[in-house]
Design a protein around this ligand. Sequence first.
Ligand code: GLN
Length: 491
Amino acid sequence: MTDLTRMTATDLAGLVASGETSAVEVTRAHLDRIAAVDDRVHAFLHVDTEGALAAARAVDERRAAGEQLGPLAGVPVAVKDVLTTKGVPTTVGSKILEGWRPPYDATIVQRLRAAGTVMLGKTNMDEFAMGSSTEYSAYGPTHNPWDTDRIPGGSGGGSAAALAAYEAPLAIGSDTGGSIRQPGAVTGTVGAKPTYGGTSRYGLVAFSSSLDTPGPCARTVLDAALLHQVIGGHDPRDSTSIPQPVPDVVAAAKLGATGDLTGVKLGIVREFTGEGAEPGVMAAFRESVDTLAKLGAEIVEVSCPHFRYALPAYYLIAPSECSSNLARFDGVRFGLRVGDDGNRSLEEVMSLTREAGFGAEVKRRIMVGTYALSSGYYDAYYGQAQKVRTLITRDFTSAFEQVDALISPTTPFVAFPIGARTADPYQMYLADLFTIPTNLYGGPGISVPCGLSEGLPVGLQVMAPTMADDRMYRVAAALESVVGTFTPPAL
Ligand code: GLN
């Protein structure tokens, strides 16, 4: 019998809808797979076996009653532990929220449930989504299914690894500087960061509110588009949510899959010279550019002179917003409380709780952000970074007057060995060299597998104008139609 864990979400939904298999069978197959491999991968922080089986049973009952099912009904999904799930532990990879069971579902989780998808559990991540390797999780690292001595990217390494290890056909991530796309690239999976405001942040534990964007992760471009369609769209509970429907990303993925890019103009960013990137990554990228040209795309070079300032600007803006957002973790309202013995002041309890509850990288960001926002330094740091952000947005605007979409490698290097970049924070920050400009601008970006370097996956990034998410799906699906999907050596 076919292994259900190897199938696409599209095919699984078809089998469930036709009654050839049941949602319960599909769910059990994935729970069994998790039981078999997750001690080696550690993609999950929490597996909700009972909740998953109950959700699957409900789908099977609705089908038996003759109800019309949605396009992803009965398909399992793994959710990054950054989204609140009612009654199901939500830690954001941090000790400070250990044991917290939120009283409500994030909008995205609500939409996943309403669509009949089956939530398998919560995936591992760098603490508060700060990191590029999942090594900053307070619960231990996730391992890359391609080589378990290597990192699966981050912060959403758990979601990407769950896909690559066939523990889930779909997953949810969040992308503040690259945390959906970079894990996608280094695990040979697809990760899409929607337009900022195109997916709801309600119930997403905040890191940097002007950048945070939840989005879909999958093994194929079409599966990512189907998931994007289910989770996206206006949410009145998020004040920055865009009151417009999601562009038709599913139609765009299907169009791209025909392999015809005639009339599509793609830009290569001149300033992304490849400096700091591995030669094998650049080689795979160049080969993909040739492939896209053969499919009919016109390729031109465009200049985005301010992209080189994106990384420093991001590392002022994101920590500044985080220093404010994380003030709410004070030991009073949620999760951990340390030192509350009746003799200590409120300030002492807060301080002991934050000292014990936050890891080193989170503390570093809070300190950098507090400094950058302090009166006297605000103009020199935070204010300056905001000006750079405007210039980067102008670079994108002028680039998109010349081309339909931009392409680049997703990340400068393939999955690195666990421990290789933790000693120097800057080495870790470099992982997002190519992904961060898009976050500062607010547009959509997708990573699609494009080749191998040293036997490890390389991703190609497609960046599109805001609310033109469909364009990036078309280009990514066209490349996938030639390159195919990626399977790691057996675990
Ligand atoms: N790696 C980047 C950081 O550490 C991006 C993280 C993210 O997108 N959540 O901030």
